[in-house]
Design a protein around this ligand. Structure first.
Ligand SMILES: Cc1cc2nc3c(=O)[nH]c(=O)nc-3n(C[C@H](O)[C@H](O)[C@H](O)COP(=O)(O)OP(=O)(O)OC[C@H]3O[C@@H](n4cnc5c(N)ncnc54)[C@H](O)[C@@H]3O)c2cc1C
Length: 548
């Protein structure tokens, strides 16, 4: 690093932006490949999502046994999860344990926000501007998180609120909600997690819901020691099998059939079984729940019938029942530990923010078209600008000074979700155009991190300094990803998956939907074939330096 008056800093082989799961995997692989590497993290701690999202109830909806790195059999044996779905504190501990266990902390610098990346075409390197000086790096990996850049509403008067208000991902340390009047705005994945714990301590809780979603009991619980011992004994096999499970690397069980192939009685049985397992399992009961509306409708019908068994107050059922235009899992399925139960309490109120929208924030609370609700604290559980949000916060200039935000004006265009034509030596982990949310994130992060470090070493061995994705190949890939996505229900429903939660954002679902397993095979084949589709660039030697 250097300040603007210091001499140029040393050239790093790789600079990694972000200290979450992706950044940790990227730094780990770079070190293992013998590369000089620096990880820069804007926050004051490592862990990414599991550092920032400290709201009560924050938890991973993917099961702990599989939401973990697989690169070290020793780590699998040493670490012990306590619950089926890991909570934020446990995940933060785990990721910090990994960092220390593999001596990675010394490669990271905290509280360092990357603001600009500029490709220097002659020198074939990235000039990286940060809140704490400048770096030079031959390669840069963006591990900036697909759900990091927060979205806040823009209600009139927000700044006038006299109490405390904040996004779920910016939960104030030491906040005590005991005896307070609290509003939670939003009932997406974070909203439904936070409502239960807040209800336990708040004097009054008002939950503002725009549309009801399908929410499935998690069946959370402590891990059975005998079953866990068996998992530890067979972890390597489990990891191998996981890579192929459900085409996505998630350990979920399904029938492998179309919902429409079964009789109503068979479906009842299968849905009942999946419901009993809890959480995301339900979504893979049948293969076509995310691609065929008629199939999805059968799942919705089952779940709507189950709702009365979860909701204590029958008068709330109409509001908590998803409307027919909400498809199961197309708005991210909710995994419930205490959301529905919270409404059994008389001090917890559900506000229909569709029928009576919020019109503004006042110094004392929230105004709707219907009434004013006075509160002491407002929690905005309003989600994130997914996939591209945090990348677009960095001013990235590639070949010819072209801005990435211009290249992506109509939505992200990538080469295999990892590179962008015209932005040589720039990589992404869990990027748009890859399997991102459909994959098991730790597995995808590890694989992409390894692939990137392998590439850096291989290209250097060829005598080249840089690689750039072929523009035509990128267009082919992106067109295919978009065409595939249009075959799913995700593309046609307005959710954060397709950018509908951000005003002015291009409406695309930037996710490779043919399955993470296929994607893993594909990128490994590319590596084995010598990375076709990537142009090699060599540094231009100045005329006066050439041999005479
Ligand atoms: C509340 C919540 C719940 C989730 N639950 C699940 C789940 O159940 N299952 C699942 O598979 N996934 C879940 N996810 C998705 C989650 O994003 C991934 O699982 C995983 O944590 C992503 O890791 P990452 O390292 O790619 O990104 P992140 O963990 O988001 O880390 C990115 C890091 O980059 C840093 N950063 C960003 N921009 C800059 C910059 N310009 N300069 C410096 N640093 C920067 C950020 O500060 C952040 O720490 C959840 C996400 C959220 C927000």
């Amino acid at each position: 690093m250097t300040s603007s008056t210091s001499p140029e800093p040393d050239l790093l082989d790789l600079l990694v932006v972000g200290g979450g799961m992706g950044g940790i995997a990227a730094v780990h692989e770079a070190v293992a490949h013998g590369l000089s590497v620096r990880g820069l993290e804007g926050g004051s701690g490592l862990g990414g999502v599991w550092f920032w999202n400290r709201y009560p109830g924050a938890r991973c909806d993917t099961e702990s046994l599989d939401y973990s790195f697989s690169f070290s059999p020793e780590l699998d044996q040493e670490w012990s999860w306590t619950e089926r779905y890991p909570t934020q504190p446990e995940l933060e501990d785990y990721l910090n344990h990994v960092v220390d266990r593999f001596d990675l902390r010394r490669h990271f610098q905290l509280e360092t926000l990357v603001t600009e990346l500029e490709w220097e075409e002659q020198a074939l390197r990235w000039r990286v501007t940060t809140s704490r000086g400048m770096y030079l790096a031959r390669h840069v990996t963006l591990a900036t998180g697909m759900l990091h850049h927060r979205v806040l509403p823009d209600y009139p008067g927000m700044e006038t609120f006299a109490g405390e208000s904040f996004h779920t991902a910016a939960w104030p340390a030491d906040l005590d909600l005991t005896g307070k009047r609290v509003a939670v705005v939003g009932t997406g994945s974070s909203g439904i997690q936070v409502v239960g714990p807040v209800a336990e301590v708040a004097a009054e809780l008002h939950v503002f819901q725009r549309s009801a979603n399908y929410i499935i009991p998690a069946q959370q619980g402590r891990l059975d020691p005998d079953e866990y011992a068996e998992v530890k004994r067979t972890y390597p096999e489990r990891r191998k099998q996981l890579r192929h499970a459900n085409g996505g690397g998630l350990w979920l069980s399904g029938t492998g059939r179309s919902a429409l192939d079964d009789t109503p009685e068979q479906r009842e049985l299968e849905y009942g079984r999946a419901w009993g397992k809890g959480g995301f399992h339900f979504l893979v009961t049948y293969d076509d729940l995310t691609t065929n509306q008629a199939a999805n409708d059968t799942a919705g019908e089952f779940l709507r019938r189950k709702l009365p068994s979860l909701v204590g107050k029958p008068e709330l059922l109409p509001l908590l029942t998803p409307k027919p235009d909400v498809s199961v899992g197309i708005k991210r399925i909710g995994v419930d530990v205490g959301f529905y139960a919270a409404f059994d309490h008389d001090h917890v109120h559900l506000v229909d923010a569709r029928a009576t929208p919020i019109t503004g924030i006042t110094p004392t609370g929230i105004s709707t078209t219907d009434r004013d609700i006075d509160v002491d604290v407002i929690v905005y559980a309003t989600g994130f600008d997914a996939f591209t949000g945090s990348i677009n916060q960095i001013t990235i200039r590639g070949t010819g000074g072209r801005l990435l935000t211009d290249a992506w004006a109509d939505g992200p265009r990538t080469w295999h979700g990892m590179m962008v034509a015209g932005f040589p030596n720039l990589f992404m982990i869990c990027g748009p155009g890859g399997p991102n949310i459909t994959a098991n994130v730790p597995a995808l992060s590890e694989l992409e991190a390894r692939w990137i470090s392998d590439l850096v070493v291989a290209v250097r061995a060829e005598g080249a300094h840089a690689v750039d994705a072929d523009a035509d190949e990128q267009e082919r890939w992106t067109a295919q990803v978009e065409a595939d996505a249009r075959q799913t229900l995700y593309a046609s429903h307005d959710t954060w998956f397709n950018g509908a939660n951000v005003a002015g954002k291009a409406r695309v679902y930037p996710t490779y939907t043919r399955g993470a397993t296929r994607y893993y095979d594909l990128i490994e084949d590319l590596a084995a074939a010598g990375y076709p589709g990537l142009h090699r660039l060599a540094a231009v030697v100045p005329a006066d330096a050439r041999a005479s």
